[in-house]
Structure formats: C-alpha cells, structure tokens
Design a protein around this ligand. Structure first.
Ligand SMILES: [Zn+2]
Length: 97
C-alpha cells in the first residue's frame, strides 16, 4: 500500500501541499509534525475507503489502487478547507456519532 511519503514524493505541487497540510494536523507535544501518526492515519483512511466501497469487478490490486487514489483525492479536497480535522483523529478522539 502506498505511504504518505510516497504520495509526497510522486505527487505534483498540489498533492505535496495537501500531504504537508495533512501532516500538520498531527503534532507532537513539541509542535513538530508527527509523521508516524500521519502515516498511520493515511493508511487507516485507505483501509476505510476500501472497506466502504468494494466494486465486484475490481481485483484486489485494483481495489487498493482505487482506494489510494481516493485517499489522495480526499487530501486534495479537504485541503481547500483551512481548519479541517483528520477524520481518523476525529474518530479516535471525538464523541461517537
Ligand atoms: Zn489523524
């Protein structure tokens, strides 16, 4: 599965900016970006997308690839909102819906 690091390496300017913004939602007590946590949450995001919308005609590899693309699309979409929260953080810390 693709990592946040790979996405940053391979992406264009908008994708790189979105990755950095997602990272910035995960801070250590020292206010440095907690990339370990950001990576973990990006993986959870891909897994969540895979779990919600499996297409019967997809192979396993295609399902992973599609979920990865959707996760990147998600980062790009939320990056237009200045104060968004990582949905995985919200799920872990917020009240149950
Ligand atoms: Zn998070």
């Amino acid at each position: 599965m693709i990592t946040l690091h790979d996405v940053h390496e391979q992406g264009g300017e908008a994708v790189k900016a979105a990755v950095l913004a997602f990272g910035a939602r995960h801070l250590k007590a020292s206010a440095e970006t907690n990339w370990d946590e950001a990576e973990k949450h990006f993986t959870h995001l891909i897994e969540a997308i895979m779990g919600t919308a499996p297409l019967p005609q997809d192979s396993a590899a295609a399902t992973v690839r599609r979920a990865e693309n959707e996760a990147i699309g998600f980062l790009l979409a939320v990056n237009t909102r200045p104060n968004y929260r990582c949905p995985i953080c919200v799920k872990q810390s917020g009240p149950p819906l």
